[in-house]
Design a protein around this ligand. Structure first.
Ligand SMILES: N[C@@H](CCC(=O)N[C@@H](CS)C(=O)NCC(=O)O)C(=O)O
Length: 223
């Protein structure tokens, strides 16, 4: 049985969505954001105690990108990862890694400047540069999606799920939009896939990634 360690509405959304889209049999362990030691097996699955983390048998996996690549291969029949050796497979590696290395971390100066400095005015300038960078990243995604329906090959896959989540986070900000009409259309396409709709429901998120119940995580009070 696959166990996913998650905090609903966080980066673990992408891992859960991939499991849902793959039709996987899995269980979740809800991690309390401020009491991570209480989640049984979590520190063993990921010593950094970050979500998502995943366990199956001897497999211990962390990092959203690695988990998505693994799920794509673990459930080949779901078609969430293109065949090895194809051009689409190269695009699959490229986009999952780009999401992990560039788009995901691109959010940190905006969302979590405190990771970099405790100087508040430095955090403000980090955010200004962070927004410029995200604008550039959005344009990069827009250029690709203007010519391609999906990020890797001719069908929906795990790279689309990762990009969908990271684009969705822009909804937290009234003044940030990633990309243009092609990114928006991709967001709509991915957002309508049944496994994605189901995961939003499970994670208590609306179509714009807003929590229906901000005071809850995994259905429990965030005390
Ligand atoms: N690089 C990691 C980042 C994961 C991450 O930052 N997760 C957040 C929740 S969205 C977390 O657990 N943060 C707690 C911490 O950094 O200690 C990944 O891609 O999985």
């Amino acid at each position: 049985m696959i166990t996913l360690f998650q905090i609903t509405g966080s980066s673990s959304f992408a891992a859960r969505a991939a499991l849902e889209c793959a039709g996987a049999d899995y269980e979740v362990v809800d991690v309390h954001p401020r009491r991570r030691d209480e989640a049984p097996g979590f520190a063993e699955a990921n010593p950094l105690q970050r979500v998502p983390a995943l366990r199956e048998g001897d497999v211990r996996l962390a990092e959203t990108g690695a988990i998505l690549l693994w799920i794509g291969d673990r459930f080949p029949e779901a078609g969430l990862a293109p065949a090895i050796g194809t051009t689409a497979r190269a695009d699959h590696y490229r986009w999952v890694t780009w999401c992990a290395n560039t788009l995901h971390v691109g959010w940190w100066p905006i969302m979590a400047g405190f990771y970099f400095t405790n100087n508040e005015s430095a955090q403000e300038s980090l955010e200004v540069r962070g927004r410029e960078n995200m604008d550039r990243h959005g344009r990069h995604l827009e250029a690709w999606l203007s010519d391609h329906e999906w990020l890797a090959g001719d069908r929906f896959g795990v790279s689309d799920i990762y990009a969908y989540m990271l684009v969705g986070w822009a909804n937290y900000y009234d003044d940030i939009t990633l990309g243009g009409p092609a990114v928006a259309a991709h967001y709509e396409r991915v957002g309508a896939i049944p496994g994605i709709v189901r995961t939003r429901e499970l994670d208590d998120l609306d179509e714009r990634f807003m929590r229906y119940h901000p005071e809850l995580r995994g259905g429990k009070p965030l005390d």
